[in-house]
Ligand binder design. Structure first.
Ligand SMILES: *[C@@H]1O[C@H](CO)[C@@H](O)[C@H](O)[C@H]1NC(C)=O
Ligand SMILES: *[C@@H]1O[C@H](CO)[C@@H](O)[C@H](O)[C@H]1NC(C)=O
Ligand SMILES: *[C@@H]1O[C@H](CO)[C@@H](O)[C@H](O)[C@H]1NC(C)=O
Ligand SMILES: *[C@@H]1O[C@H](CO)[C@@H](O)[C@H](O)[C@H]1NC(C)=O
Ligand SMILES: *[C@@H]1O[C@H](CO)[C@@H](O)[C@H](O)[C@H]1NC(C)=O
Length: 395
């Protein structure tokens, strides 16, 4: 990562210097002394350039002979070659082995459906229909952070885990996610771990969801670079040295991750501690821990191992503070089919440019619809979704 930064950034600076220095282009073919003078001029300009635009994350010495650099060395930040702390070294060897060790293949692999909810789940009847006939291929966990849920489906009875209060935006949200993961990891058959909210509905039948997740080798963690105030604007230098600003990422919290990555989340304390201390709402930067911790963690530890989009659809296209929510009258066959047919992930930056990025959703190398679940649906939408379920999930 660091090496690629050096090679991405430096040629740009050099190009800038060249552009400044070679304006009289014809002179190259002209007399020799002129050519030498231009060369000398270039060297001078480069040195001035290095002085005026001091590189932030790397040393200009990659480009110049070290003897030339000696006078600058003292004031250039020496971060790339800094010594790692004890904690960083320990974390990096644990994570490296977790990433590469062989994982046991269970005889009957299951998907853990982990519901993060304030209380009762309005769509239990729908989920019951979704799970029907698939015993032994799923397990359910419910973290209710405000009040004890009243269950309407026998599948959910006895599935509440020990829960704690969750404060929006604070690390307690991440703690609840970790609590769900720890409970679900106890069952060695669980291979994928899906985080869902009380307002989520399934977009496909169980077989489709099962094959989609089990057939891929990725974790579906939403992750993108947002240079705006709700992205990197929430970064602070307190994250240094472990997390540089260029590594800070954003994404929706609703993930579907493989077992290896679930273990890595529980194994991490280095990055977790940083986010616990320095990413909180209401301190001016208004950092929301659950929107940054996992995207940043996996962007650093295993960027190739995550899809960069979430399999749970949410519609931010209205550009408001809250995503679009669906009432009973909004729920039609056409709406659900529209959502299931989307095959590009959507991201928009929070700065005034509002740059939209669309990326094809690549599943095992080929383009495929992105979403397995969707939110946010009001409880009143239950009957409509239930009535349409067999229809919109028919392939
Ligand atoms: C994924 O792609 C590889 C290579 O194209 C193929 O061999 C494999 O069967 C695919 N996996 C699934 C689940 O389709
Ligand atoms: C899945 O990914 C892991 C690393 O994330 C890799 O070691 C393994 O070979 C991959 N398996 C397949 C079938 O691609
Ligand atoms: C996700 O984004 C990272 C860069 O942030 C990239 O290296 C990686 O290949 C992306 N993953 C996929 C599956 O495209
Ligand atoms: C479905 O998508 C079509 C084409 O993008 C659009 O015209 C229509 O309004 C959408 N319908 C619903 C209910 O979202
Ligand atoms: C589902 O409903 C739509 C519209 O109501 C209809 O056009 C379609 O044929 C139905 N599909 C199935 C598989 O029943």
């Amino acid at each position: 990562m660091k090496v690629s930064q050096v090679w991405q950034r430096s040629p740009k600076d050099v190009a800038l210097m060249l552009a400044n220095g070679t304006r009289p282009h014809r002179s190259f073919q002209a007399k020799r002394p002129m050519w030498i003078m231009i060369l000398l001029g270039l060297v001078c300009l480069s040195l001035i350039g290095a002085y005026v635009y001091p590189p932030r994350h790397y040393s200009a010495c990659y480009f110049f002979a070290s003897s030339m650099c000696t006078p600058f060395k003292d004031w250039l930040p020496a971060r790339p070659s800094r010594e790692r702390t004890d904690e960083e070294l320990a974390a990096s060897v644990v994570m490296r082995d977790l990433l590469t060790m062989p994982m046991p293949k269970p005889r009957s692999p299951k998907i853990a459906f982990m519901f993060l909810t304030p209380g009762s789940l309005p769509f239990e009847k729908l989920w019951e229909k979704f799970f029907a006939g698939h015993d032994g291929r799923f397990s359910i966990y419910v973290h209710a952070s405000r009040e004890k849920p009243v269950h309407t489906s026998p599948l959910f009875i006895g599935r509440d885990i020990h829960s704690d209060k969750v404060v929006w935006g604070k690390i307690s949200m991440v703690d609840a996610e970790k609590r769900l993961l720890a409970n679900a990891l106890e069952d060695p058959d669980n291979q994928y771990f899906v985080l869902l909210s009380d307002s989520c509905v399934p977009l496909h039948n169980f077989d489709y969801v099962y094959n989609y997740l089990m057939g891929s080798n990725m974790s579906y963690i939403d992750c993108f670079l947002d240079p705006g105030p709700h992205g990197n604007g929430r970064y602070s230098n307190d994250f240094l040295p472990e997390v540089e600003e260029s590594q800070f990422r954003k994404g929706a919290q609703w993930f579907a991750i493989k077992r290896r990555h679930a273990l890595m989340i529980l194994a991490d304390s280095l990055y977790y501690t940083k986010f616990k201390l320095y990413c909180k709402p209401g301190d001016g930067r208004n950092c929301i821990a659950d929107e940054h911790y996992l995207p940043t963690l996996f962007h650093i530890l295993d960027p190739q191992g995550i899809a960069n989009w979430s399999v749970t659809h949410v519609d931010w296209s209205e550009g408001k503070w809250h995503p679009k929510s669906y009432r009973a009258q909004d729920v039609t066959y056409e709406l659900l089919k529209n959502i299931t047919s989307i095959d590009e992930s959507f991201h928009v930056t929070s700065d005034e440019k509002k740059v939209v990025t669309l990326n094809p959703c690549l599943w095992n190398g080929s383009k495929r619809p992105c979403y397995l679940f969707a939110r946010k649906f009001y409880p009143e939408a239950l009957d409509n979704v239930l009535n349409l379920f067999s229809n919109y999930t028919a392939v």
